[in-house]
Write a protein that binds this ligand. Structure first.
Ligand code: GLC
Length: 547
């Protein structure tokens, strides 16, 4: 592949545990990824981001790292990873690793040493605090419950913003930072091409005092976060041909501009999640709510124009391993026709935006939420905690299952659907989590055989990004923000305007006059579009010369 501006890239996210199993143990592995490289090459993506593959007790599916230098035996070994990197490179594909450095597993050697005694040289790698009142602060874990865990051995509490087995690292300790930079440099030397930094805006903790909320204000985009990320950049990937993206929890546009402005030498790009919270109720995720299209448009466009004007860079995405499937969420999966139309329109709306698009495994074939019917089908620690909490608040089993069915992270963690074979061709054994029951219709083999499938829309969108600079560099101008059905925006670049028009609903949408009058070249189209109206979930992109 000739060297291209990283900003023109498209990233494909792989959740190895659910991607492809070659051993028959019901869990995916690195060899399984190697076997599918030709497929990913056919799709045309540039980077593959693998969620964590390091040694881990897997309480949070690898986001609880026990050893940063070892590969999780479940996924294979270092020579498998070597082969994956080499085979990917031979095809012009690049590999990004997931770096989880806000916390480690409590089984990490540092934590095991730290918890031994207050005098341990590793004590200050984490946040251990004493408390008379039963908890140093009233902060809550993002997975529910107290963020502090009492450790009887030394009669102090340690901080865990996530699971109780994920202890937060103390970045104020220079030894911690040095040890983490060494980890990153190890993987740079190994030959990977980029990194996704897990919850990286939580690394700088402020004061340890009680919160009026759950504690977020004391560690989100914390006091020294920019200083630390800048230092990490200088000590590791900065100045090298490596792509970086930071996962930013509850962040702001201003912070994200600063995280990504090239002259600040922090990161290339950032994920934020505000546009996905449009089916929360009063900020609460564990509810069963319809999504709000107006809010979705408003938030996306605020971020698009804000980041663009500020000279920063967005990652753009609908799906990942923590989110439900977009076709079930902002589209509709009630029948085949509607699933296909809504998935294609959602793809078009996202891939014409400004920023780096991410495709989560299976999104490109329109995989849906699995619509689980029993709590026994769920595996995710956050979902299982939520189940208990909701039950204890008095919700009925059916209500809780409806909420999990809409919000659980397991919605996107079911096995990749490769074919109509048993277990969707994912494994010859018993999958670690159930395959969605629609795999006989929705699978890669079927999608490849049908030139009208969602897969070819994604392939086409990736090609467009590679060949048309307007998608990467063009200014973005929101249109018809108040329209109750249409999502409309323009891209402007070098005497050309592309107008993206999408009916985001399941009813016919009539076009405003000036859109109906627009004439130019159609770049891509989905569904039936007339001069007057768009069928449900139809969309198109039209190009007009303006000079
Ligand atoms: C990120 C990951 C998520 C994980 C959490 C804690 O949000 O995407 O899967 O549970 O960080 O590491």
């Amino acid at each position: 592949m000739t060297q291209q501006d990283w900003r023109k890239s498209v990233v494909y996210q792989i959740y190895p545990k659910s991607f492809n199993d070659t051993t028959g143990n019901g869990e995916g592995d690195i060899r399984g990824i190697i076997n599918k490289l030709d497929y990913l090459n056919f799709l045309g993506v540039d980077y593959l981001w693998l969620t964590p593959i390091y040694d881990s007790p897997m309480n949070d599916n690898g986001y609880d790292i026990r050893d940063y230098y070892q590969i999780n035996a479940q996924f294979g070994n270092e020579s498998d990873l070597r082969e994956l990197v080499d085979e990917a490179h031979a095809r012009g594909l690049k590999i990004m690793l997931d770096i989880v450095i806000n916390h480690t597993s409590t089984e990490h050697a540092w934590f095991e040493a730290a918890r031994q005694s207050k005098e341990s040289p590793y004590r200050d790698y984490y946040f251990f605090k004493s408390s008379e009142q039963g908890s140093p602060t009233n902060w809550e874990s993002k997975f529910g419950g107290n963020a502090w865990q009492y450790d009887a051995q030394t009669a102090e509490y340690y901080l865990h913003l996530f699971d109780v087995t994920q202890a937060d690292l103390n970045w104020d300790n220079p030894k911690v930072r040095e040890a983490l930079y060494k980890v990153i440099n190890h993987w740079i030397d190994f030959g990977v091409d980029g990194f996704r930094f897990d919850v990286i805006n939580l690394i700088s903790k402020g004061d340890f005092v009680d919160s009026e909320d759950i504690g977020k204000e004391f560690y989100t985009d914390g006091p020294r976060v920019h200083e630390y990320i800048h230092e990490m950049n200088r000590a590791t990937f900065g100045g090298k041909d490596l792509m970086t993206v930071g996962e930013m929890s509850s962040t702001t546009i201003d912070h994200c501009i600063n995280y990504t402005k090239p002259e600040r030498h922090e990161l290339n790009s950032v994920f934020n999640f505000h546009h996905l919270k449009v089916d929360y109720k009063d900020g609460e995720k564990w509810t069963n709510e319809k999504f709000d299209l107006q809010q979705l448009k408003t938030i996306l466009m605020e971020w698009q124009t804000g980041i663009y004007k500020g000279g920063g860079w967005n990652a753009i995405f609908w799906c990942n391993h923590d989110q439900p499937r977009v076709v079930s969420r902002f589209g509709k999966d009630i029948d085949e026709e509607t699933r296909q139309q809504s998935a294609k329109t959602l793809a078009i709306v996202l891939h014409l935006l400004q920023g780096t698009p991410y495709i989560y495994q299976g999104e490109e074939i329109g995989m849906t939420d699995p619509h689980f019917t029993s709590i026994n089908q769920y595996r995710d620690v956050e979902s299982l905690n939520a189940y208990q909490t909701l039950k204890s608040k008095g919700y009925s089993e059916a209500e809780v299952l409806a909420i999990l069915g809409q919000k659980s992270r397991d919605n996107s963690r079911t096995p990749m659907q490769w074919s109509a074979d048993k277990h969707a061709g994912f494994t010859t054994g018993t999958p670690w989590i159930d395959v969605a029951s629609n795999y006989e219709t929705i699978n890669v083999e079927a999608a490849m055989a049908d030139p009208d499938s969602i897969l070819y829309t994604y392939k086409h969108l990736i090609e467009l990004r590679h060949t048309h600079d307007i998608i990467t560099y063009g200014n973005i101008v929101p249109r018809y923000m108040e329209h109750p059905q249409l999502f409309v925006y323009e891209r402007h670049y070098k005497g050309e305007i592309w107008t993206v028009v999408a009916n985001m609903t399941d009813t016919v949408a009539y076009l405003p006059e000036d859109l109906a009058a627009l004439s130019g070249d159609t770049i891509i189209q989905n569904g039936s579009v007339t001069e007057e109206y768009l069928e449900p979930y139809a969309s198109y992109v039209i190009s007009v010369e303006v000079n």
